[in-house]
Design a protein around this ligand. Structure first.
Ligand code: GLU
Length: 430
């Protein structure tokens, strides 16, 4: 996966020239740590979990990135995700490098107390290498504000002082930021709006299908509908629902939460009187003929196997890495425009940055203030990326990478490069 992730850099170097040393520095993670995390389970037995933290590059600032709990977490995946965080923070213009963490676990199989012990164990395992000016974790797939709260507390216990800025995505009462929970979905919507305005889309005629109905997919779908887009389909791991006239996202959310899965919406009685829809498989949702296909689930959802069947005109990547590079090429050949993850999902880390700033200042902003600043920041970077795609006549993904790599290369260069040292050697010898 990491080798595939790095392939995204190849087209960038066809458009911009960066020093070979920058390329070398960007092709390998600065630090990768694997730790075993022993947890006493509720039944008295001991289970040892594997945890990871990869700090990819910290030239532009302390490293930043979420912690993922998933049975498929491994070093290769965490490294790829940390590489994307590095590029993402640079594209967003944040004073951060990139990192990522994870634990190989199916969190749904653990009790809440086991989950708390595991989360505290993660911080004990990595507390020496994380910190407010070193490496700042956050939520990712299957981690949330409660887990961030336990982690902040464990760090405070170990260090015998409160350091709220050592982790972001915390609950509001523990120093979290207003607007953090919906930030990734809202940020993606601001990016889509920027694109829609440029192409004179009429929102009420723009059909949208959303794969993934977790925190990010739900907020995106809800806000997109509120802003006038026609959200016709949503899916979770159990299946999808589709209504050509548009779904009522709040109703879908309510019923999903009552029964814990979208399948519950396929029931009889009151729900079905409220909601009219067809039932689709997840694959069918991906292949719907819609204007915008939003990928808000996991990586590798569109591959060589299904890329030919994608009919959407625009794909908005909110998950990290949902389209593989070979699939990317097929989509491009078929005229599908991709708004890439490193731009589209940066709203989460942007508001994490705002949370860090507020924690450090000890001064907290209103939700309106946070959302206003998010809109300003992400729309500005999106505009630059869309303009660069025109200037370089390249895909939006390549333009986004160009934008981020220029910032990263600038920073790496400033730490000293071959020419600089050659000059100082000459000066010494003359
Ligand atoms: N996990 C999120 C991401 O992939 C947020 C990271 C953060 O806020 O540091 O962008």
């Amino acid at each position: 996966m990491f080798e595939l992730a790095k392939q995204r850099l190849e087209p960038v170097f066809k458009h911009i020239v960066v020093d070979e040393e920058v390329v070398e520095r960007l092709s390998i993670a600065k630090r990768s740590i694997i730790a075993s995390i022993p947890v006493r389970m509720d039944n008295g037995e001991l289970r040892i979990f594997t945890g990871y933290r990869v700090q990819y590059d910290d030239t532009r600032g302390p490293t930043k990135g979420g912690i993922r709990y998933h049975p498929r977490v491994n070093l290769d995946e965490v490294t790829s995700l940390s590489f994307w965080m590095t590029v993402k923070c640079a594209i967003a213009g944040l004073p951060f490098g990139g990192a990522k963490g994870g634990i190989t676990v199916n969190p749904k199989e653990l009790s809440n107390l086991e989950l708390e012990r595991l989360s505290r164990g993660y911080i004990r395992a990595f507390s020496d290498v994380i910190g407010e000016d070193q490496d700042i974790p956050a939520p990712d797939v299957y981690t949330n504000a409660t887990i961030m709260g336990w982690m902040a507390n464990e760090y405070a216990v170990l260090n015998r002082r409160q350091v709220p800025s050592m982790i972001t995505g915390k609950p509001l009462h523990l120093g979290g930021s207003e607007g953090r929970e919906s930030a990734t979905g809202l940020g993606a919507l601001f990016v889509l709006n920027e694109y829609a305005t440029r192409h004179d889309w009429l929102r009420s005629e723009t059909t949208v299908a959303v794969q993934g109905f977790g925190n990010v997919g739900y907020h995106f779908a809800r806000l997109a509908q509120a802003q006038g887009y026609r959200v016709v389909a949503v899916s979770d791991s159990k299946g999808a629902i589709y209504s050509p006239t548009g779904l009522n996202i709040e109703d879908v959310y309510r019923y999903k939460h009552r029964e814990h899965q979208l399948a519950s919406v396929y029931c009889e009685g009151s729900v079905c009187q409220l909601l009219e829809f067809d039932i689709l498989t997840n694959d069918e949702l991906l292949e719907l003929n819609v204007d915008v296909l939003v990928l808000a689930a996991l990586e590798n959802q569109i591959t060589q196997l299904n890329a030919e069947h994608i009919q959407a005109k625009t794909v908005l990547e909110i998950a990290n890495g949902p389209v593989t590079p070979p699939a990317d090429e097929i989509l491009q050949e078929n005229g599908t425009v991709i708004i890439p993850d490193v731009l589209a999902n940066s709203g989460g880390v942007i508001v994490s940055y705002f949370e860090w700033v507020q924690n450090k200042a000890g001064f907290y902003w209103s939700k309106e203030e946070v959302e206003k600043r998010l809109k300003e920041k992400i729309s500005r970077e999106a505009k630059t990326v869309f303009d660069q795609a025109k200037t370089y006549d390249c895909s939006i993904r390549t333009a986004a990478y160009i934008h981020g790599i220029e910032r990263l290369a600038g920073a790496i260069d400033q730490t000293g490069n071959r020419q600089y040292f050659a000059k100082s050697r000459q000066a010494e010898s003359s």
